[in-house]
Structures are given as structure tokens and as C-alpha cells.
Design a protein around this ligand. Structure first.
Ligand code: 9MR
Length: 338
């Protein structure tokens, strides 16, 4: 995007990131299309950090073995670097986003655990190596924990084919590729006690074995009811007590399931949302272990909560409305910085 003057309808609102500059970078998840036009201006005006919502996922970066496509990811990185924004990397390993070729042996048939790990190493060295010194933190593994599983690790293909050591391997490869990068376990519902205990156990065990894990990524896809800011604070404290950094990696706040929303409810829900955003940011600002906060999108015009199967949900989870104008939530977040 050429650096044209910021349109007045954006420039008339105080930019958010500088209000938190003394505490943590404030980021948004974007697709390349958000680098243009009104979204590009909104991103550059209010945020000083960025993460690729999808462009750095393995099937995008390596759709076929050895064939890399960095075009979309590079555009996001270039936008950020031109503006001095920090960049998080998402993600190196996720059961939902592992290309099928990972699991196939060259002659057909299933790949061995050994081959899968070789492929993981090649992928991570290529990706983390390309952005070495530029992407400051990586979600190395995403959503690997399941409190209902016997050993707390999700019973997915990674576990079935490689066994539990895939987690450690991913961290070691990432560290090998960029010893300066901060490396994270990233997951959702980290305030849920059983899930939290699994995650605490996982990172404790990794650290005890000298695996380079530096932080916990808390997605925080929350809603207007749950979890409470106090529960969030308690969870952050539990990870900080292990000496880990906390990153809030995918924050958004759903108004809740559309069928349960009565007509006319929206005003009250948006007010509740605003108040809770304020409470959450007060917790983040008060905790030195919170080293980054990222919103999972820019505005209510385009978020995963209104795409695909959720189209028509009428959800409005972010700080800016569908016209890219600040919501009450923006004002509460700004207020919480003071
Ligand atoms: O927002 C993302 C959506 O556009 C993708 O279709 C989906 C599958 O790749 O992933 C969404 O982002 C997810 C993130 O990568 C991991 N945590 C949950 C996020 C929301 O589903």
C-alpha cells in the first residue's frame, strides 16, 4: 500500500497502540487483503504489531513437498517492516492445518514417524529461517492439548504417527532456525482448569528437559459472559509463575450464539462487551508477564466469526465496527490504558 495520507475518518480517533507502547505491542491478525484501502489504514493507525491470520500456516507456505510459496506471508511481513511493526508467526504445527502430503510416503502408503519429523524439520528450518530476526515470536505448536486425552496430548495424527516427542522436536527445530525467536505453545480456553493444568504440565515437562519454550499463547476467543477477567488473571499468573511470558494471541469477544440473542439485545451486549474489554486490558496492562496482545482481526466487517458457516451470525467481536469506526469497546480499551 502506498503511504497516502490517513483518511480523516480514521485519523480523528486516537491511535490505540501508542497508549500501550510502554507495556506491550498491540497487534491484529490480517490477510493480505487487509493491507489495502481502509483496512490498511486502520491497521497502520491503531496497531504496531501484526500476525498472519492464515498466510503462514503450513499448507499455505508449503502446499507440496519442497514447493514453498511465501508471497502472501512476505507481503504481510513487508507491510510490517516498512512501518516498524513487530511480527508474530502463526503457526508451525497444527493438526487442522497440516498438509496431506506430510502423511504420505513417497511410494504411497503412510509416512513413518521418522519421515514426518524430517519433513517437520525441513518445514520449520525453511520458514523460521526465512524470517529469522524478523518474526520475534512463533506459535510453534497450536492446540496440541486435550484434557480428555490420557496424556493430555490431543489424539491426532501427530500423536498417532510420531508419538509425543513431536512437540519437543518442533521447538528444537524452531530454536535451531532462529535462536533469538521467542517460542510459544498456543491454545484456546486456557482458563478452563483441566486444560490449564494440562498446559502447565506440558510446559513444565518441556522446560525440565531443557526444551526452548519461552511462553504461553492464550488465544482468548472469549464471549460477553465468559471467562471473567479474574479467571484470566489467575491463568496468566499460573504461567508467569513458571517463568514464562504470556502472549494474548487471538483475542476477540463474541456476542454469543445468535439464536440466544433476542431482538433488541444488541445494545446491551455491546455495552457488556465494551466493559469486559476494558476489564481484560486492565488485567493485561497490570501484568508485566503479558508481553504482547493481538486481536484476531481488524474490524467487525471481516472476522472468522462471520465467515463460512457463521455467516449471518451477526457477531461483532472486535474493537472497530463494520464501517471501521471505533466501538464502545475501543473507548474502554483506550480508557484502560490510563
Ligand atoms: O481465522 C482463521 C480462519 O480464517 C481459518 O479458516 C481457520 C482454519 O485455518 O483458522 C482460523 O484461525 C484460527 C487460528 O489459526 C487458531 N486458533 C483458532 C482460530 C479461529 O478458528
Amino acid at each position: 500500500m502506498a503511504r497516502e495520507a490517513v483518511p480523516p475518518e480514521i485519523a480523528r480517533h486516537a491511535p490505540l497502540a501508542p497508549m500501550y507502547a510502554h507495556r506491550f505491542p498491540l497487534g491484529a491478525a490480517v490477510e493480505p487483503r487487509h493491507l489495502e484501502g481502509a483496512d490498511g489504514h486502520l491497521l497502520a493507525w491503531h496497531f504496531n504489531a501484526v500476525v498472519a491470520e492464515n498466510a503462514m500456516k503450513p499448507p499455505r507456505l508449503q502446499p507440496a513437498e519442497g514447493r514453498f510459496d511465501f508471497a502472501a506471508a512476505d507481503r504481510i511481513v513487508a507491510f510490517a517492516e516498512e512501518r516498524g511493526m513487530t511480527i508474530r508467526g502463526h503457526t508451525l504445527l497444527w493438526h487442522e492445518e497440516t498438509p496431506d502430503w506430510f502423511w504420505r510416503a513417497p511410494g504411497g502408503g503412510p509416512a513413518s514417524g521418522h519421515l514426518v519429523l524430517e519433513r517437520l524439520r525441513a518445514h520449520i528450518l525453511a520458514v523460521v529461517g526465512r524470517y529469522r530476526g524478523r518474526v520475534h515470536a512463533w506459535d510453534v505448536v497450536n492446540e496440541v492439548v486435550d484434557p480428555a486425552a490420557p496424556g493430555c496430548l490431543r489424539n491426532d495424527r501427530w500423536l498417532q504417527v510420531v508419538g509425543p516427542r513431536y512437540v519437543e522436536a518442533a521447538f528444537r527445530y524452531a530454536h535451531e532456525a532462529d535462536p533469538g525467536a521467542r517460542l510459544f505453545v498456543n491454545d484456546f480456553e486456557t482458563t478452563q482448569p483441566a486444560k490449564r493444568d494440562c498446559l502447565l504440565g506440558l510446559v513444565r515437562d518441556l522446560r525440565a528437559r531443557g526444551v526452548p519454550v519461552h511462553g504461553m499463547g492464550h488465544q482468548m476467543h472469549v464471549d460477553v459472559d465468559r471467562p471473567s477477567a479474574r479467571e484470566v488473571d489467575g491463568t496468566l499468573a499460573a504461567f508467569a509463575a513458571l517463568g514464562l511470558d504470556n502472549h494474548v494471541t487471538e483475542l476477540d469477544m463474541s456476542l454469543g450464539p445468535a439464536p440466544r440473542r433476542a431482538p433488541g439485545d444488541e445494545t446491551a451486549l455491546l455495552a457488556r462487551q465494551a466493559a469486559r474489554y476494558g476489564e481484560f486490558f486492565r488485567v493485561f496492562a497490570a501484568r508485566p508477564d503479558v508481553k504482547a496482545v493481538t486481536l484476531w482481526g481488524l474490524s467487525d466487517a471481516d472476522t472468522w466469526l462471520i465467515r463460512g458457516a457463521r455467516q449471518g451470525s451477526g457477531d461483532k467481536p472486535l474493537l472497530f465496527d463494520a464501517n471501521r469506526q471505533p466501538k464502545a469497546a475501543y473507548r474502554e480499551v483506550a480508557g484502560a490504558a490510563r
